[in-house]
Design a protein around this ligand. Structure first.
Ligand code: PGA
Length: 281
């Protein structure tokens, strides 16, 4: 999951000028979508925390986050604080506006007040189902950053895009457009989610995820420089399960997963979070 250090013979090869490899902490993120009311959410997070405690999970080594519906956030926040749980909290969407007459919208400041660390922006179910443009997604990402949160910027191609342009072209275009809205010092996560792989049980191959992950990192390098490119986590999402997570995490440009369906089953999500046990890293 990280840039591998290349062992060098110091005598034969003087120290390279390149910076030391950067360790990116993997992120396993559970996107619950429109599932679980606040009581179910509390029960789920409690069980997840027990499961990971039993497994002696090191949250510093592999970060775990849940993205409940808005109505659950306060309850989950209260539980996380009261029980001092290290599970991070994320929201599934945010308004691009700071406040005002926007019926039904939730602002970044409201989310930040609930200790929300991450916000998904540009999920294909919002791009497609709610007509969100790259510009809107960029403004949402900016609103999250301005409020002190970390946007999880989703990009991905449809099956038609894949056929017409290959896997990387659309995700690269989407990321480039969103980056144009973000300040140079913004911290964010990128999630590559091929639309055809979401909820389909047909995940991208690890090689395809890596190919696009690499292309996205090249965009980061070109637009933001080496430090941002090396530090930014690129996740894969789309039919991730405990049986396939290890194959993605072996890829040098994949640093975690955005998990939908499998994040609704405690044991399964816990196993995904414990991928180091099956990937041997
Ligand atoms: P899935 O969803 O894991 O159910 O394919 C992923 C997502 O939409 O984030």
């Amino acid at each position: 999951m990280n840039d591998a250090a290349t062992p060098t013979d110091a005598a034969a090869h003087p120290a390279p000028a390149a910076a030391a490899p950067v360790k990116r902490t993997p992120l396993i993120a559970g996107n619950w979508k429109m599932h679980f009311d606040h009581l179910q959410a509390i029960a789920f997070v409690q069980k997840l925390a027990w499961s990971l405690k039993d497994a002696q999970h090191n949250y510093g080594e592999v970060e775990v986050a849940v993205f409940p519906p808005f109505t659950d956030l306060r309850s989950v926040q209260t539980l996380l604080t009261a029980d001092k749980l290290a599970v991070a909290l994320g929201a599934q969407d945010v308004s691009p506006h700071a406040s005002g007459a926007f019926t039904g919208d939730i602002s970044a400041a409201m989310l930040k007040k609930l200790d929300t660390k991450y916000v998904i922006v540009g999920h294909s179910e919002r791009r497609g189902g709610h007509g969100e443009s790259d510009e809107t997604v960029g403004l949402k990402a900016r609103a999250a950053v301005d409020a002190g949160m970390i946007p999880v910027i989703c990009v991905g191609e449809t099956a038609e895009d894949l056929e017409a342009h290959g896997a990387a072209a659309i995700p690269v275009q989407q990321l480039t457009a969103v980056l144009a809205q973000l300040t140079a010092d913004a911290t964010f996560v990128v999630a590559y989610e091929p639309v055809w792989a979401i909820g389909s049980g047909e995940p991208a191959t690890p090689a395809q995820a890596e190919e696009v992950g690499k292309a996205l990192r090249d965009v980061l390098r070109a637009e933001r420089g080496d430090d941002v490119a090396n530090a930014t986590r690129v996740l894969y999402g789309g039919s991730v399960a405990s049986q396939n997570i290890a194959s993605y995490m072996k890829q040098p440009n994949i640093d975690g997963a955005l998990v939908g369906g499998a994040s609704l089953k405690v044991d399964e999500f816990s196993r995904i979070a414990q991928f180091t046990k099956h990937v041997g890293v």
